[in-house]
Design a protein around this ligand. Structure first.
Ligand SMILES: *Cc1c(COP(=O)(O)O)cnc(C)c1O
Length: 437
C-alpha cells in the first residue's frame, strides 16, 4: 500500500496536522531490522536527591511516622500539589482506598458503583468490606466508566460512586457530580493512575468526598509502595488517620487507650516519604513530557486507519498519561488478530500489551459472592439478581481491542513517537504476510 492510500480517508483538522507517518522496511518478524533498536527510558528515575533524602532518614534514627517529620512534610506538599485541604499518606494505593471506604462507612449491604475497566484493587477493597461492587459499562471512546449509564444502576442500597481516572485520563466528573448531588450519594475518586491529572483546571481527587492515589513502583509518582488520600473534608481525613493508625487519632497521647472505631496499621514510612519528596521534584516536568509526546503520537496515530486513540472528555484539561491507550481494528490490518499485532509491534522494539481483561467476569467475584458471609448478608435472590445484571458488553469488546503503552515510553525523545507510529504503519503495510505467520 502506498502512503497516499494509507492515509486516504482521514480528514485532519489543521490544528492536528502532524508529520506524515513514514512507512519503510520489512517488519522485524519478517526479517527486517526492528524500527527501534534502543530501550525506552527505564523507571524509576533517581539521583542524589533520593539518596540524600534516604540517608537523612537513616541517620536520624526516626524511621516511622510519629517520631519523624518526613511523612508530614510529604502530606503537606501533596495536598498543596492537588489543591486539597488535607492529605493522609498510607502504606499503598490499595490501603488508601480501604481507609477511605472505612471512613465513609461502606460496609455489608452497601452497593458501590465501579467501572469494570480498572485494576483489581478497586474492587478488592469493596469486597474486603463485604460490600457489593456494581459494574457500570465502559465508554468505548474514552476507556472510562460510562457516566451516562450510572443512574440506571442506582437503587436505595447504592452507597458510593467510585469512578476511576483510568490511565491518567479523567472520568466524566461533570455528569457524575450531578448524579451524586441529585441522588445524595458520595463520590470517591480512584485516582491511583492520575497524579496531576486535571478536570476544568483542578486536580482530580478533589471533586468527590476524597480521592485516592497510589505510589506503587509502576505509577507516575513512585516510592516502591505508597499511597495517599486527599480531601477538602479535614474531619474525614482525621477519621482516615485514626483508621490507618490502629484506631488512634492524631492527638491521642501514648497512654490513651480509648478507641472509638476499628482500625489497622497502614502507615507510610519515613523512607518512602523521603523518596516521594525527591520524586515530586521531577513530577511536573515528566508529566509535561508525557503530555507533549502523547499529543504528538495521537496526531500521528489518528492518520492510521484501524487505530483509534482513547479520546478525552472536553473538560479533561490535563491527562496524566499513566497509560497510552488505543483500540486496534484487525479489519484494517488484513485480519491480523490483536495478539499477532502485539507480537509484531514488540518485535519492532516497541513494548506493548493488550491491557485488562473483563474484571466483572473474574472468578474472584463468584467465589467471594458465593461465600458463606456474602450469602448470609445478601441472600440468594439478591445475589442471583446481581449475577443477572452483571453485564458489560461494551467493556467485553473493548478488552479485546485495547492496546497499551506504559507511561515510561512517553518519557523518551520525540523521535521515539515517530518510531512507534512508523512501526505500526509498517505492520499495517505488511499485515497480510504477518497474518500468515
Ligand atoms: C495501582 C492501582 C491501585 C492500587 O494501588 P497499589 O499501590 O498498587 O496498592 C488501585 N487502583 C488503581 C486503578 C490502580 O491502578
Amino acid at each position: 500500500m502506498k502512503r497516499r492510500n494509507f492515509i486516504a480517508g482521514t480528514v485532519l483538522a489543521p490544528a492536528a496536522a502532524a508529520a506524515p507517518v513514514s512507512v519503510s522496511g520489512k517488519p522485524a518478524l519478517l526479517g527486517g531490522a526492528p524500527v527501534r533498536q534502543t530501550a525506552f527510558p527505564s523507571w524509576p528515575v533517581q539521583d542524589s536527591l533520593e539518596s540524600t533524602g534516604l540517608s537523612e532518614v537513616l541517620r536520624s534514627g526516626k524511621w516511622g511516622r510519629g517520631t519523624g517529620k518526613t511523612v508530614g512534610r510529604f502530606e503537606e506538599a501533596y495536598a498543596k500539589t492537588t489543591g486539597a485541604k488535607a492529605c493522609l499518606a498510607t502504606a499503598n494505593g490499595t490501603s488508601s482506598l480501604l481507609v477511605a471506604l472505612s471512613a465513609l462507612g461502606i460496609g455489608p449491604g452497601d452497593e458501590v458503583i465501579v467501572p469494570p475497566y480498572t485494576f483489581v484493587a478497586t474492587i478488592n477493597v469493596i469486597l474486603q468490606n463485604f460490600a457489593l461492587p456494581v459494574f457500570v459499562d465502559t465508554d468505548r471512546d474514552t476507556f472510562q466508566i460510562d457516566a451516562r449509564k450510572v443512574e440506571a444502576a442506582i437503587n436505595p442500597n447504592t452507597a458510593l460512586l467510585m469512578p476511576v481516572h483510568l490511565g491518567g485520563s479523567v472520568a466524566d466528573l461533570d455528569t457524575l457530580l450531578v448524579i451524586g448531588e441529585k441522588r445524595r450519594i458520595p463520590i470517591l475518586e480512584d485516582a491511583a493512575q492520575a497524579h496531576l491529572a486535571e478536570w476544568r483546571g483542578k486536580s482530580v481527587g478533589t471533586f468527590g468526598r476524597a480521592g485516592c492515589f497510589s505510589f506503587q513502583a509502576s505509577k507516575n509518582l513512585n516510592s516502591g509502595e505508597g499511597g495517599a488520600i486527599v480531601s477538602n473534608d479535614e474531619a474525614l481525613i482525621g477519621q482516615c488517620y485514626a483508621f490507618h493508625n490502629n484506631s488512634r487519632g492524631r492527638n491521642t497521647a501514648g497512654a490513651d487507650f480509648s478507641y472509638q472505631a476499628r482500625g489497622l496499621n497502614l502507615r507510610l514510612t519515613e523512607f518512602q516519604a523521603a523518596i516521594l519528596l525527591a520524586q515530586m521534584s521531577r513530577l511536573k516536568q515528566q508529566s509535561k513530557t508525557r503530555e507533549e509526546n502523547a499529543a504528538a503520537l495521537t496526531a500521528m496515530l489518528k492518520q492510521v486507519p484501524g487505530i483509534a486513540p482513547a479520546t478525552m472528555y472536553a473538560n479533561c484539561t490535563r491527562n496524566a498519561y499513566h497509560l497510552y491507550m488505543f483500540r486496534y481494528d484487525p479489519a484494517h490490518f488484513s485480519g491480523l488478530p490483536r495478539a499477532g499485532f502485539l507480537k509484531a509491534l514488540q518485535a519492532e522494539g516497541i513494548p506493548c500489551s493488550g491491557g485488562y481483561s473483563p474484571l466483572n467476569r473474574e472468578p474472584l467475584l463468584k467465589n467471594t459472592l458465593m461465600s458463606k458471609g456474602y450469602r448470609r448478608i445478601y441472600g440468594e435472590k439478591r445475589l442471583k439478581d446481581w449475577f443477572e445484571q452483571n453485564q458489560c458488553p461494551v467493556n467485553d469488546r473493548l478488552c479485546g481491542e485495547a492496546v497499551w503503552f506504559t507511561q515510561t515510553m512517553l518519557l523518551t525523545e520525540r523521535a521515539g513517537m515517530e518510531q512507534i507510529a512508523g512501526a505500526i504503519a509498517r505492520i499495517q503495510r505488511h499485515a497480510a504476510d504477518l497474518a500468515k505467520l
